[in-house]
Design a protein around this ligand. Sequence first.
Ligand code: GLN
Length: 237
Amino acid sequence: MTELVLAHLYPAEMNIYGDTGNVIVLRKRAEWRGIGMRIDPVGVGDTYDFTSADIVFSGGGQDRSQEDVADDLQRRSDDIHAAVADGTVFLTVCGTYQLFGRRFVTHDHTEMPGIGVFAAETVAGDVRMIGNIVVESEWGRLVGFENHSGRTFLDEGQQHLGSVVKGYGNNERREGEGAVTANAFGTYLHGSLLPKNPALADEMLGRALARRGLDARLESLDDSSEQRAAAAAADRP
Ligand code: GLN
């Protein structure tokens, strides 16, 4: 049986609002197609060879959790950039997404370095952006929940994940949501993201399979309950 490897980066430190649900969805949607998935937890200080991962996930965190991982992430920067260049799929949510830009400056002016996978930077503002969010993307409508002080501004030419239909997204000017570089995805969407957005989950699985030279065509699943959940979420104020 084909087995994919998912590295779960900072599972203890960067996992607020149930972001680990993204790992559960990727594993289940692979298993439902007869594809195995090994989960490798990678904590602060752990040695890990990212060339063994097909997918890397890391979730959101409070400012202090981000401070707890920022130095460790810096030490992994070259390996992560090499993995991005090699087509490894990354899903980074909120706090990790911010640290995959050039830097994150908190509300009390603490500056954390990022690793610059995304040509972007984040500076906390006075408005905390909280609430349900709906985004239009090339993978269809995406629904989720956001809660961040960080205002992320993408450089000219940096691809967004999508455009904001409801909510804030990257910043209070609603200048798009998230970022995509190669197979690396960044987003503010908690919820967690993938349970209600199965098309994006399958996009990530397909890209991971294709990178391995495997058949990336995935058998379709009955996603009616996921679609009902997404529709209900999209209708929330
Ligand atoms: N601490 C960051 C902010 O407030 C990220 C929050 C999060 O991961 N939800 O912007």
